[in-house]
Ligand binder design. Structure first.
Ligand code: ZN
Length: 173
């Protein structure tokens, strides 16, 4: 396994719509393992393929030892072609992103989601949650559509983080 470079805000790859996976190859499984290692190294709870420069519908998730961790699933989750098929309610929670270091803001999202995806064995799985896992799933699936959590902010919050975003965009990390 290898730790990959995490792409930072301003990198155009973060705005790309990712391609569906048609076949789960050994290369894709290796990428998933590298992403898991990268996520743990960065103390993240989720990582999506475009964050390591790959425009593929793949995300890895591990809410880790958070008290809200849903114990029903085997972590770390490896999800190919994840898709929200049901959502309901509304919840406000502070989010951050490994690609937008230093920026944390409240984001409103549906509280409960059902997500359908393929696991690493090419089995279709369904994940249902209304806690931290639901939040992470929605954040990571957004990445696969080129959407970042800052896109969900109110205009006032967006203006408040704009100087930090500008700095990230122009820094040569
Ligand atoms: Zn993110």
């Amino acid at each position: 396994m290898a730790v990959l470079d995490i792409r930072i805000y301003g990198d155009p790859v973060l705005r790309k719509t990712c391609e569906p996976v048609t076949e789960i190859t050994p290369e894709l499984l290796k990428l998933a393992d590298d992403m898991i290692e990268t996520m743990y190294e960065a103390n993240g709870v989720g990582l999506a393929a475009p964050q390591v420069g790959k425009t593929i519908r793949l995300t890895v998730i591990d809410p880790q030892d958070d008290v809200e961790t849903n114990p029903n699933y085997d972590y770390p989750l490896v999800l190919f072609n994840p898709e929200v098929i049901e959502s309901e309610g509304s919840d406000v929670f502070e989010e951050g992103c490994l690609s937008i270091p230093g920026v944390r803001r409240n984001v409103t999202r549906p509280q409960r989601v059902v997500v359908k995806a393929l696991d690493r064995h090419n089995n279709e799985i369904r994940i249902e949650d209304d806690q931290l896992l639901a939040r992470v799933l929605q954040h990571e699936i957004d990445h696969l559509n080129g959407v970042l959590f800052i896109d969900h902010l109110s205009m006032i919050d967006r203006l408040a983080v704009e100087p930090q975003l500008r700095k990230l965009k122009t820094s040569k990390i």
